[in-house]
Design a protein around this ligand. Sequence first.
Ligand code: FES
Length: 101
Amino acid sequence: MERYSRHVLVCTGSFCSPDRRGRALYALLASLLEREGLLFGPTRVKRGETPCLGVCGGGPIVVVYPDGIWYAGVTPELLDRIVVEHLKGGRPVEESVFHRL
Ligand code: FES
């Protein structure tokens, strides 16, 4: 498997986000990673979707590993900031972090 720098998991379940907005976020994440040049090379970011991250409220929930940074209430605009500021720039979007390892 190719090396990668981070792994982003998006909850697409219906408990944290009854209208399942996580599904749209997961699709959007691919295009944002491509736009920022994060799909290949040493800064590559893998993405995954999961039916539940065990939070089940205030979603959609997005978690970034190995940083162990958890985001709640992720909107498309916030996801854009997470990609640019956190995944590319290395600075978490602190005001939207609700938990960290
Ligand atoms: S359904 Fe999203 S955290 Fe459980």
